[in-house]
Design a protein around this ligand. Structure first.
Ligand code: SF4
Ligand code: ZN
Length: 308
């Protein structure tokens, strides 16, 4: 029997190749929760009196984040935790995910707030997809979904008085985005992404990513080991081809050279630190149509809605 590197007592079931550790179930679970706690402390993500809204989609990452924060909530004595879910309106997919999210919230005793695209914008994502296909705009469902969801999360968090939004981006998501920015010829964007969103802007609730230093594979394992029920089916519209290629490339590299993903992550962190101060601060205007904060005159949400 191979013993756990950490406790030295129980049988190891998982080999963490990038660190050489062999872990038992209990030490593995604790290692994930400790890592999240350390990430939160390192980036000073929460104040003790924050009201934290966890953006919960119903998938493994967001539900694991909710469970972990609920467990370590005692670290922030007066912080109150709640969950927010955006129902994009994807039949047979999001309806199931919303139900799973609600079930988890009930089990944890966390209040749950839901906002649908239909109520907010007048269209469900399914209806939007029908329209963009008809008018052949060349835009994908994900390009609408991402922008509209971001706005919906911010509005809902603001409405319920949240002071922070916690999203479940994991280390894989972060490094994929970093590489994609390079591929898209926008490397300086790395300065505006990262574990925290620290430029305070009126109307925008600051976002933090407590899972940003945990590998996707380990979060999935955590969810299974903790017995968290989550939605496993992929979205019927999923298919950002370039991101999938980057994901596969990074997975192949990690398999052949364990630790590569962390190295890429650290590189992004170092570049971000170096260039952050030299990037001019963007001043936001109010959108001429909806009044929400935007870089230009008309926000992306209103531009997209005008197209349909
Ligand atoms: Fe939205 Fe695209 Fe994600 Fe589906 S895959 S939920 S359409 S962003
Ligand atoms: Zn607008």
């Amino acid at each position: 029997m191979v013993k756990c590197t950490i406790c030295g007592v129980r049988e190891a079931f998982f080999a963490r190749l990038y660190s050489g550790e062999r872990l038992c179930v209990k030490c593995f679970i604790e290692s994930i929760e400790n890592k999240v706690r350390a990430t939160i402390a390192k980036h000073k993500m929460f104040e003790f009196n924050d009201r934290i809204a966890v953006a919960v989609s119903g998938g493994k990452d967001s539900l694991s984040l909710l469970h972990i924060l609920a467990r370590i909530e005692r670290d922030f004595p007066r912080a109150s935790l709640c969950a927010i879910t955006v129902d994009e309106g994807i039949e047979g997919y999001r309806d199931e995910a919303v139900e799973i999210a609600s079930e988890n919230c009930r089990g944890l005793g966390v209040e749950h707030h839901i906002l649908s695209f239909k109520d907010l914008y007048g269209y469900s994502l399914d209806e939007i997809v029908e329209r963009i296909r008809r008018c052949r705009s060349g835009l994908t469902p994900c390009s609408y979904c991402g922008v509209l969801r971001r706005r919906a999360i911010n509005l809902l968090a603001r409405k319920i008085g949240a002071t922070k939004i916690a999203t479940a981006h994991n280390l894989d998501d972060e490094i994929q985005t970093f590489i994609l920015n390079i591929v898209h010829g926008d490397p300086l964007r790395v300065a505006r992404t990262g574990p925290t969103f620290d430029e305070e802007e009126p109307g925008l609730i600051p976002r933090v990513k407590p899972l940003c230093e945990v590998l996707e594979k380990e979060i999935t394992l955590y969810a299974y080991l903790r017995g968290i029920r989550f939605q496993e089916n992929p979205c019927p519209y999923a298919g950002e081809a370039l991101r999938n290629d980057v994901r596969n490339m990074l997975n192949r590299l990690e398999e052949k050279h364990p630790g590569t993903k962390y190295t890429v992550y650290r590189s992004a962190e170092r570049i971000r630190e170096m260039i952050r101060g030299s990037i001019p601060r963007i001043t936001l205007n109010q959108c001429r149509i909806c009044g929400e904060p935007t870089v230009g005159e008309i926000c992306q949400v209103c531009q997209l809605l005008q197209k349909i």
